[in-house]
Structures are given as structure tokens and as C-alpha cells.
Design a protein around this ligand. Structure first.
Ligand code: IMP
Ligand code: MG
Length: 182
């Protein structure tokens, strides 16, 4: 693939991701058995993780999506979040599980949790594929489900982008710094 030349190193292979997603689906199915589960995918980054994850969950569920954008440059989160697309339906009395690609500083999810908690869900939890724990600024954000804890490197692929590119790579790779340094 043409984009492969911009990747320094593959961090997580397709197989590693697949195995983890199957395991996470199993855990989620167990935890939410008999509950009214709503999975909320955060666009755009979570779209591939989300679509794989739902197929690994074998209890009834509903899906909805939100799109948010944070002000700031391409690789740093500013902490100011804007809702570009809100949920279609009420989450009142539902067990909400937010599905996000990556937890970095925590500002995006912190803001989303505040907004969604005000809508009176029965419960609200987080499920993230990647956790860049060293970068956390909002310390009380603790996901219920985490795929991989990763080092502080800018990664792309499997839904994650740099300037809207690389989302279609089937693995998670470290982007060459020369791509975003200039
Ligand atoms: P936070 O608000 O700092 O936790 O940032 C979360 C958002 O920043 C994620 O939803 C991603 O869109 C983006 N982000 C953070 N780190 C990366 C990365 O390594 N690659 C691609 N996007 C990232
Ligand atoms: Mg993003």
C-alpha cells in the first residue's frame, strides 16, 4: 500500500488487534448480560474498532454515534470539544458504553462524559482500543475496557488518522515523525 512508506513501524498487527477485540467483546457480553445496552461510537476514529467490536458481542444491543472535534492542531488535543453530530435518541435509563479509538490527554472523553451524564443514563462506561496513559491530563478517566496500553507515540491506522489519512490501514502503526514535523 502506498501509505505504508509513511509508517515507521507496525505497533499492533491485524491479528493482535483481532484477538483483543474478540476478547473485549466477550467481556462486554458478560458484563451487560440482561441489560439494555447502547454502544455509542465516537466518530470518526472509532468506526473500524466499533464495527469489529459489535460483531464480537453476542447480547442484544443498540448503536448510536457522536462526532466531536477538538480545537487545536493535528497532534495535540486542546481540551475544548465541539459536538459536530449528536446522538439520535435519548439515553435515559440505558446502559451506555462509549467506544473510542484512543484515550490520550482525556479531555475529549471527560467532556463527553459530562454531557452524557446529564442525560440520566442508567450507567455510563468507557471502552477504548488504545490508552496512551503517559499523556493523561484528566486523571480520573478510567476506562472499564482497554485494548492496549501504548507508549507516547503518534499512531495511525485501524480508524486513526493524521490529517484524515491512514484510517484504512488494517494495523496500528507509528507514523514517521518527518510526516508531521515540517
Ligand atoms: P484526548 O482528548 O487528548 O484524550 O484526545 C483524544 C483524541 O485525540 C482521539 O479521539 C484521537 O482523535 C486523537 N488522538 C490522540 N492521540 C492520537 C494518535 O496517536 N493518533 C491519532 N489520533 C490521536
Ligand atoms: Mg481524531
Amino acid at each position: 500500500m502506498e501509505d505504508r512508506k509513511d509508517i515507521e513501524k507496525i505497533m499492533l498487527t491485524e491479528r493482535q488487534i483481532h484477538n483483543k477485540v474478540v476478547q473485549m467483546g466477550y467481556e462486554i457480553s458478560k458484563k451487560y448480560q440482561g441489560k439494555d445496552l447502547l454502544l455509542v461510537g465516537i466518530l470518526k476514529g472509532a468506526f473500524i474498532f466499533f464495527s469489529d467490536l459489535v460483531r464480537s458481542i453476542d447480547i442484544p444491543l443498540a448503536v448510536d454515534f457522536m462526532a466531536v472535534s477538538s480545537y487545536g492542531n493535528e497532534t495535540e488535543s486542546s481540551g475544548i470539544v465541539r459536538i459536530m453530530k449528536d446522538l439520535d435518541d435519548s439515553i435515559e435509563d440505558k446502559h451506555v458504553l462509549i467506544i473510542e479509538d484512543i484515550l490520550d490527554t482525556g479531555h475529549t472523553l471527560n467532556y463527553l462524559l459530562k454531557v452524557l451524564n446529564a442525560r440520566k443514563p442508567a450507567s455510563i462506561s468507557l471502552c477504548v482500543l488504545l490508552d496512551k496513559y503517559e499523556r493523561r491530563e484528566v486523571v480520573d478517566i478510567i476506562p472499564e475496557f482497554t485494548g492496549f496500553k501504548i507508549e507516547n507515540e503518534f499512531v495511525v491506522g485501524y480508524g486513526l488518522d493524521y490529517a484524515e489519512k491512514y484510517r484504512n490501514l488494517p494495523y496500528v502503526g507509528i507514523l514517521k515523525s518527518s510526516i508531521y514535523d515540517d
